[in-house]
Design a protein around this ligand. Sequence first.
Ligand code: FAD
Ligand code: NAD
Length: 405
Amino acid sequence: MRKPRVVVLGAGYGGLMTVTRLQKLLGSNDAEIILINKNEYHYETTWLHEASAGTLHHDRVRYDVKNVINRSKVEFIKGTIEKINPDEKKVILENGEVEFDYLVISLGSDSETFGIKGLDKYAFAITNVNAARQIREHIEYQFATYNTEEEKDETRLSIVVGGAGFTGIEFLGELTNRIPELCEEYDIDRKKVRITCVEASPMVLPQFDRDLVNYAIALLESKGVEFHIGTAVQEAREDGVLIGKKDEEPQEVKARTIIWSAGVRGNSIIEKSGFESMRGRVKVNNDLRVPGYDNIFIIGDCSLIINEEINRPYPPTAQIAMQHGEVCARNVAKLVQGKTDLENFVFDDKGTVCSLGEDDAIGVVFGKKIKGTSASVMKKVIDNRALFMVGGTSLVLKKGKFKLL
Ligand code: FAD
Ligand code: NAD
């Protein structure tokens, strides 16, 4: 008899948690497990702001997928998914098709531009290793070029960050640590560098207490960041952005580097494949399956689960994606074994830490507020834990962060 085929799409946090758990739960004779990912490597999305600012080399944020899968049980296909045909049980790749009996979709997110003019063309988003590498090199190129030009172009030393959510704030933390190094390397006066952060909402990081947020803002301001809060980016151009408060004339901020960190939407494959979604995120059943499809699970940033306590969706995070992966693996294993008592997903919120460079952070962990060195150490513990959960001690030793202070 043919073994059921389980296909997992995406080797990010959700996908790798699912596969590394499935390979323990199922024997080689129980199912054929296939993992498909665009690259041979997994990257720690949660470290991409560091690679983008250039404070951590991009090779440190990625590792070979084959290091963490059991190749006697899991077949890895390097391929780019173009579409899913849920009714025909097929995944369409750029160079072929793969059929499935059970499917797990864990393809992460795309940057959300809200249709704002010029963003697609002129702004960078911190989305993957290629983007991070390009951002780092773009900033370095601007600094390197500045002194080569007779007529000095100050916009080369001006960087705008659109969106002061977690990604924007974490990137600013790294960037402000990197700028003094860049200034020294390229013989640039630090006073000439302009870093502007534009945040549409009147409240930065509403998830945190104000004293933590004020701490973060004061720290970043002391390192030269100019905040425009309650001000939206309205348009991006080759040489800057138009920003403005509601009902006010927009003003221009000249900059050759625009980093767009104003939120995410589910991977565009979700909409292309015809799943009913809200901004590319599918409201899944409690057992993480797609309504109407008993054999398809969607997890991580492509899924949407409501936090009943506040009647709002849980934000898409690595923490929740990894927990999805664990439950999803157990549920897929049950289906393969012919069982029907699937487990419901319940989020175990362990807290959140927002880094402010490698040496500072703010956070709430197990309900306790932390900031400064203790929060920064906690952030690295969390980063190392994520590695441990997927690849055990050997992965932590290879890729972990050990410079705690
Ligand atoms: P991902 O981990 O993004 O994985 C998706 C995978 O799918 C990738 O390997 C990708 O290559 C692959 N893929 C995508 N499209 C295709 C395709 N068409 N074909 C084949 N493969 C494809 N969350 C936290 O909890 N804590 C943090 O500290 C934190 N920090 C963050 C910092 C930054 C800078 C950013 C951008 C996000 C951060 N997040 C954090 C959010 C977190 O990274 C995401 O929620 C998490 O990565 C989602 O996991 P996922 O498995 O859904 O997707
Ligand atoms: P976000 O949704 O957390 O923040 C986006 C910010 O951009 C918001 O504050 C929003 O008001 C602002 N914004 C929207 N439109 C704007 C405009 N036109 N002009 C200016 N500002 C605008 O998104 P994110 O920071 O990209 O993070 C994405 C997800 O990843 C979130 O779920 C977040 O929790 C998660 N994340 C977590 C961490 C962490 O836990 N340390 C770090 C990074 C990201």
